[in-house]
Design a protein around this ligand. Structure first.
Ligand code: SF4
Length: 374
């Protein structure tokens, strides 16, 4: 399990190493076809800032070689904001006295139909808070059963599950799971997640192993930028990605670097700010480090920044997202988990992509192709 690997990596020493990287380390990394985590550290370090143009060039080259000039489009649907956790940075935390919604099967159908009117979406990400009693595996199985009538590719972003539970959901049409570790800093993790299931660091970080063991086709990872020193956190994620690739080599991987935005509960002030330039640097570094990983940008980012990065390494984007349960049809005014920056319609986003020479792809995977992978 990855938690055992993580024990061997010191947070403090990793931070020191990143900030000690020199110009020569960056040049060595840029000259390599296959970078290791040490090279990744050099590429995200302050020493690499003068090399952004060269990094952008390489990132674009590897992206076009592996993905062509395409952008996979997806849309999230929040099924519920009911949550038993107390994440201090999230408006859905249990102590927030707000109305809670759990979409019924009928309401799900309404949402799916409403999404289909926005654009020809086939990649759906269903999101829940963590409520195993009211929105546990049977609820998710039902949601998948209904959703597969409307969408070809179904992913979930829910509480970490047991391997057998992931395997069960695969039989209901589950293709991918996204889970954010939030931070790999084990000590500080407890401060952000004081109570509830999510306070168990090991259970969360080893969830990715359980997804791999269950044969989930696609695994998405991310750290929440705004909690801890981001250079160190994304380096831990790079170690994690390499570990998973070796162990579960049939699986597809994606990464996401969500920058914290204010929640509606008055907001948690981020401890760390990542600038656009730094996010661009990190995106290039990730692409140079792992040529095949899907890099996903959500509507948390501004239209201008998403457009700029669309040709330089990003391969998956959401559009016209609502971050409140039932936000497309049932409860358009409900409390959002966070406020989006890119408020363009899906069709506006995709026509801009076309203008940039990028073909939006609505459906890039089908379970019927799985037989060729076995
Ligand atoms: S981040 Fe997720 S688990 Fe934490 S309080 Fe918000 S919805 Fe619940």
């Amino acid at each position: 399990m990855f938690s055992e690997e993580l024990e061997k990596i010191s947070w403090k020493e990793t931070t020191e190493k990143i900030f000690a990287k020199k110009d020569s380390d960056v040049r060595r990394a840029l000259a390599k076809e296959n970078c290791d985590v040490e090279d990744f550290m050099a590429l995200i370090s302050p020493a690499a800032q003068p090399y952004l143009e060269q990094m952008a060039f390489l990132s674009r080259k590897y992206t076009q070689e592996r993905f062509g000039k395409t952008m996979s489009m997806f849309i999230p649907l929040y099924l519920t904001n009911s949550c038993t956790n107390s994440c201090v940075y999230c408006g859905f935390h249990i102590s927030n006295p707000m109305a809670r919604t759990i979409l019924t099967p009928e309401q799900m159908e309404d949402e799916f139909k409403a999404i289909k009117k926005l654009g020809p979406f086939e990649n759906l990400l269903m999101v829940t808070g963590e409520n195993p009693v009211k929105a546990g595996v049977p609820y998710l199985a039902k949601a998948l059963d209904i959703a597969k009538k409307y969408f070809a590719n179904l992913k979930i972003e829910v509480m970490p599950l047991k391997a057998e539970e992931y395997a069960e959901l695969v039989t209901h049409g589950l293709n991918g799971v996204i889970c954010f570790q939030e931070t790999y800093n084990r000590e500080r993790y407890k401060i952000y997640h004081p109570r509830g299931m999510k306070s168990n660091f090991e259970w969360r970080v080893n969830g990715f192993d359980r997804m791999g063991m269950a044969g989930v086709h696609s695994i998405g990872m991310g750290v929440l930028i705004g909690l801890e020193e981001w250079h160190t956190d994304v380096t831990m994620m790079a170690y994690h990605l390499r570990y998973l690739r070796k162990k579960y080599w049939r699986t597809k991987y994606s990464v996401n670097f969500p920058r914290m935005r204010p929640a509606e509960n008055g907001g948690f002030t981020p401890n760390v700010i990542m600038s656009d330039k730094e996010l661009a640097q990190l995106t290039f570094a990730m692409r140079i480090f792992d040529h095949d990983v899907d890099i996903s940008y959500s509507t948390r980012e501004t239209p201008e920044f998403r457009d700029n990065m669309a040709t330089l390494g990003v391969t998956t984007m959401s559009a016209e997202s609502k971050t409140e349960p039932g936000g497309y049809y049932t409860y358009p005014q409900a409390l959002e988990q966070f406020h989006v920056s890119d408020e363009r319609t899906a069709l506006q986003v995709t026509s801009k992509l076309k203008e940039l020479g990028i073909e939006p792809v609505w459906k890039d995977w089908d379970s019927s192709f799985d037989c060729y992978l076995k």
